[in-house]
Design a protein around this ligand. Structure first.
Ligand SMILES: Nc1nc2c(c(=O)[nH]1)N[C@H]1C(S)=C(S)[C@@H](COP(=O)(O)OP(=O)(O)OC[C@H]3O[C@@H](n4cnc5c(=O)[nH]c(N)nc54)[C@H](O)[C@@H]3O)O[C@H]1N2
Ligand SMILES: Nc1nc2c(c(=O)[nH]1)N[C@H]1C(S)=C(S)[C@@H](COP(=O)(O)OP(=O)(O)OC[C@H]3O[C@@H](n4cnc5c(=O)[nH]c(N)nc54)[C@H](O)[C@@H]3O)O[C@H]1N2
Ligand code: SF4
Ligand SMILES: [Mo]
Length: 686
């Protein structure tokens, strides 16, 4: 820690946010205060550039609304009324309550966390040990990526793919289901380099996003129809013989079956399903089938529908059909997190469960989970929930039910947070957490393949403590009631946990201390000669193991759960806003100004048919609820599709709701994930 009287110093850290870029940060500290946060020029993937959100990091860390002492509820559940209490009082009361529940049935306790910080220590180390020792229910962390991740694993054997820097050498890049300029800026820098070198960029997205604006072509398909498009591309690759037969025969499995299926998908058939012109599909297939070094940047935006898993499987077959994997600048990237070297069992210590095998509850159905009365199949009713690194009341689907669940007077809720979010408002105790500037952590990335270390730049603000420290403190208090919590693994420091995460791996911790980042040694072109991580070692077009899961063994097109109807004729998608990160930053004034207010983008025809003008106040509704916001007729929505950019806090909404008031809790075909973009609504002037 820099001494307060020292001249300004620079501390190297890592961006904690749930963003594929995992930037290396340089924080300038003067007199003990962080005065600016910049991108590290020495880290190639960061290139000295940060997004607008994190460039303003000090505005968030020093925000006047930060929770800086433990708070105890003083009003009705959900009222957001609290009184300050001491750490000792809060920890003693919380551990007594949890212990009493655990004595009856530890599965009545549920941890709820996601990627508010992506660091291994503050997101999955001491917390896991604590809940495993308790025997609490396990959480199925499906809210974001599990449909695509599992689909990819069923095809390639893991979350593996192209290395992001080699997109700069590609000749054709399909940006598929991703608004890269908003949510993957540092990939976009590589794509720009390719574009300057003559590459063609094609965006496949129902919304005319900022990224679509900058691509050569844009296929503005209907939400949830990507598998139909992929199958028609296969059809064209087959009938025009744009195939790498040698790659297919050596390194893939199930070609004859896939071919038979694809031949049923003429461009004509797919065009009708996707809401595209036949010629757009033929032209895309020609580009893809005839350009060497063709690359696909697939992203999670296209898997948030009923058939999202199958769509990822279908798209993932394409590079193997044309042998794009032979070169490092060809192939596909969805997530690179499969190369992560971290020693998770060392951090999580699943052995603390002993003989116990707690149930697993799906975070994407938290609305139903919290309102379930309990029965033989479900197990005990949830009596306590501990939330950290997540804001489920705003981000989980069908949020009226989520808010109702959290409003249960008999639910004991502890929230570790920086701010009084919608979720924290429902807590019995809010515990003040440190931000990335104030704690140690170690990070992998799902967009590049480096490991980064985050050193604390400043002392914790107020009485804030790191998640790691809070779980150590909870364990220490629990030890008074249950001696198992006195074991030494409950006092390992955050810094020691950083070291443990990479112990016995190819990553040198001293190098991390020195530079802030380290490369994982990897081949340039992972599947140039097959070597897929599947049991067959091949790219599994046909995966027979899927039959046991009740899933079609070949990729298929599954229509959405909620196709538009006469009553609810518009398909609503709600992708991330450029200047927020999920619901994080929605309370930072300078970023809020850039996003203006909760908006719904409509096509001019859909607006005209309803007498709606730009800026009008709207009622967006379906059978689940209504959300009041403002119309944006800005040329980004296609006919029949509306776009509610996320994710504002519910309490910022005109009627106390956000877009998730309208979404449902049904799950994707693969990966048990939410279907945020598979949602039909109607819109009226309010
Ligand atoms: N600025 C910013 N960056 C973020 C985030 C953020 O909230 N803000 N969130 C972070 C997180 S948690 C994640 S998971 C990633 C997400 O990263 P991405 O998955 O790349 O998400 P987006 O960039 O929103 O891209 C999703 C795009 O998919 C489009 N889309 C919606 N439905 C469909 C469909 O059915 N088919 C196709 N082809 N496209 C569809 C949307 O219109 C949107 O433009 O981004 C991360 N980065
Ligand atoms: N309608 C709709 N809903 C969506 C999506 C969508 O596209 N449309 N996207 C979905 C996706 S992809 C995702 S990933 C989820 C994301 O949902 P969440 O994971 O809940 O992400 P955030 O909303 O950013 O909330 C993270 C919270 O963690 C807190 N936090 C950050 N760092 C720390 C820390 O070190 N300690 C503690 N204790 N707290 C910390 C932040 O203050 C913030 O309130 O939302 C999903 N919801
Ligand atoms: S949010 Fe993403 S782009 Fe912005 S600084 Fe963090 S890692 Fe980089
Ligand atoms: Mo996400």
């Amino acid at each position: 820690m820099p001494h307060s009287s020292d001249a300004p110093v620079q501390v190297i850290g890592a961006c904690p946010h749930d963003c594929p870029d995992t930037c290396s940060l340089v924080t300038t500290v003067s007199q003990g205060a962080a005065i600016k946060v910049q991108g590290n020029t020495a880290h190639p993937h960061t290139g000295g550039v940060l997004c607008a959100k994190v460039s303003k990091y000090t505005e968030r860390s020093y925000h006047a609304d930060r929770v800086l002492q433990p708070l105890k509820r003083s009003g009705p559940k959900g009222s957001g009324q609290f009184v300050p209490v001491s750490w000792d009082e809060a920890l003693a009361d919380i551990t007594q309550r949890l212990h009493a529940i655990a004595q009856r049935d530890p599965e009545a306790i549920l941890p709820y966390s996601y990627a508010g910080t992506m660091g291994m220590v503050q997101s999955e180390s001491m917390d896991r040990r604590f809940f495993h020792q308790l025997g609490a229910s396990l959480l199925d962390r499906t809210i974001c990526a599990s449909a695509g991740s599992e689909a990819l694993a069923h095809t390639y054997g893991g979350k593996l793919g192209m290395r992001v820097q080699f997109f700069a050498e590609s000749r054709l890049i399909l940006i598929w289901g991703s608004n890269s300029i908003a949510s993957n800026l540092h990939f976009w820098r590589y794509a720009q380099e390719a574009k300057r070198n003559g590459a063609k960029l094609i965006c496949i997205d129902p919304r005319k996003s900022e990224t679509a604006d900058k691509c050569h072509e844009h296929l503005q398909l209907l939400p949830g129809t990507d598998a139909a498009l992929a199958l028609a591309l296969m059809h064209e690759l087959i009938v025009n013989n744009w195939l790498d037969e040698d790659y297919i025969s050596q390194y893939t499995q199930g070609w004859d079956a896939l071919k038979a299926r694809a031949l049923q998908w003429t461009p004509e058939r797919a065009a009708a399903v996707c809401g595209l012109a036949e010629e757009q599909i033929r032209s895309l297939a020609r580009d893809y089938g005839t350009t060497e070094h063709a690359a696909i940047r697939l992203n999670y935006g296209m898997q948030r529908v009923r058939g999202g898993g199958n769509a990822v499987r279908a798209i993932a077959c394409l590079p193997a059909m044309i042998g794009a994997w032979r070169h490092r600048a060809g192939g596909l990237l969805l997530s690179s997190s499969g190369v992560s070297p971290f020693n998770r069992p060392q951090l999580h210590m699943p052995q603390l469960l002993g003989e116990r095998r707690p149930r697993t509850l799906n975070m994407s159905q938290i609305g139903d989970v919290l309102r379930h009365p309990g029965d033989a199949e479900f197990g005990p009713r949830v009596e306590a929930v501990v939330v950290y690194n997540s804001n489920p009341v705003a981000v989980a689907p069908e949020s009226a039910k989520v808010a109702k669940g959290f409003a249960r007077e008999d639910l004991f809720t502890v929230v570790l947070e920086h701010f009084l979010t919608d979720t924290a408002d429902h807590a019995d105790y809010v515990l003040p957490a440190t931000t990335q500037l104030e704690h140690w952590d170690i990070h992998g990335s799902y967009g590049h393949t480096d490991v980064l270390l985050n050193r604390p730049a400043i002392a914790p603000e107020g009485q804030a403590r790191s998640n790691g420290q809070i779980f150590r403190d909870l364990a220490a208090h629990m030890a008074r009631l249950d001696p198992a919590f006195a074991a030494p693994h409950f006092s390992e420091s955050d810094e020691a946990l950083c070291r443990a995460a990479v112990a016995y791996t190819a990553i040198d911790f001293e190098e991390l201390l020195e530079r802030g980042f380290a490369n994982i040694p990897l081949p340039d072109a992972p599947f140039a000669e097959g070597h897929f991580a599947t049991p067959s070692g091949k790219c599994e077009f046909d995966n027979p193991r899927l039959a046991q899961l009740g899933i079609n063994t070949l990729p298929d097109y599954l229509p959405n759960y909620e196709p538009p109807t006469a009553e609810f004729p518009l398909a609503m998608i709600s992708p991330p806003a450029r200047n927020f990160l999920n619901s994080t930053f929605a309370n930072v004034a300078s970023l809020q100004r850039m996003e203006e207010r909760p908006l719904l983008e409509l096509h001019p025809d859909d607006a005209a048919a309803r007498g709606i003008a730009d800026g009008d106040t709207l009622r967006v509704f379906n059978a689940r609820g209504e959300h009041i916001c403002h119309a944006a007729i800005n040329g980004r929505a296609r006919p029949g599709v509306v776009v509610g950019l996320g994710i504002w806090w519910r309490k910022q909404g005109l009627n106390g709701t956000n877009v998730n008031e309208l979404t449902h809790q049904q799950l994707t075909d693969i990966g048990r994930a939410p279907c945020f973009y598979d949602c039909a609504v109607q819109v009226q002037r309010a």
